[in-house]
Design a protein around this ligand. Sequence first.
Ligand SMILES: Nc1ncnc2c1ncn2[C@@H]1O[C@H](COP(=O)(O)OP(=O)(O)OP(=O)(O)O)[C@@H](O)[C@H]1O
Ligand SMILES: [Mg+2]
Length: 333
Amino acid sequence: MAIIETDNLTKMYGPHVALDSMSLNINSGATGLLGPNGAGKSTLIKTLLGLIQLTSGEGSVLGYNIRTEGDSIRQRIGYMPEYDCLTPEMDAVHQVKYCGELTGMNTGEAMRRAHLVLEYVGLRDQRYREISSFSTGMSQATKLACAIIHDPELLICDEPTNGLDAKSRGFMLDTLVQVVKKGERSILMSSHLMEDVERICDRIVMIHKGKLIAQGRIEDLKAIDREIEIWVWGGASKMERALHDAGLTPRRTGRVMRVVRQDETTYDLVLELAAKAGVQIRKMEDYEPSLEDLFLVIMDRLGYGVKSSVDLLQSQPPINSIAPAPSRPGGEF
Ligand SMILES: Nc1ncnc2c1ncn2[C@@H]1O[C@H](COP(=O)(O)OP(=O)(O)OP(=O)(O)O)[C@@H](O)[C@H]1O
Ligand SMILES: [Mg+2]
């Protein structure tokens, strides 16, 4: 069932197009929102919450119109913003209780739930401490507690692991996994970290320069460009050239290279090319791609010469040439 739908959503800040005719269809479950800095992730989240006005287009979240029913949306979803939204001089329990009251709970119920959710996010013993004394991990956990106090059916998290050390990050991810898997709640989570998204989400929405470049189940997107991994013994450069000449555009790391599996004849073609080039193949098998691999394939197609998602997601890399993003959502990116 679609919990978020948008039709040609466009948001301009003055002349700057932050969201460009974005048509999304997000089902219940866990969805990762991926994109480089400035891609429009936070803008998209804020428009879905009805916090900022659209320039044009339509959208709904949980069936409520994002233009006119922002209040109803915000009551039903939990939002963990990327910016600091806590009151430093409050203690955690009163901060979280206050967030509960903002969603419409009475004081007693909000206090009862504040204790429960703070325990859930691992802050049982720090409940009465002032937030100003909290580490980044503890502050992020408090933000999560605020977002889930009313047990929302959809949780929207903007960079939930940003700035966290390995231990706090692991704990945050475990908690989010619990919300999704055990709590059977939906989540839309933006992140710079492929591993984090892969750990929690089975779907992604990838955006770039305000445009949608891919959406769908990670498994389905990976299946579009299945690769074969080839291990050669000596003559790796010769083999790489032969694959290139045959139009297979290999990606090579040392003696291992991967080519897109065009169809069932690709295996035979590789064997033939190896025989002609006098290169011995040690192993050849279907490659099981990670989300990182998928990301690199998509970015390759858009003309980015990046070696890892970190290159692109954490800084602005050099751009070779950027092909226009396809207008058809989930198309052949
Ligand atoms: N209030 C604003 N006024 C003008 N331009 C803005 C405003 N907010 C965002 N932008 C611009 O819109 C684009 C999208 O910004 P947004 O914050 O949505 O990106 P993002 O994907 O969340 O980036 P990040 O990964 O850095 O959080 C950027 O070019 C940004 O500079
Ligand atoms: Mg952002």
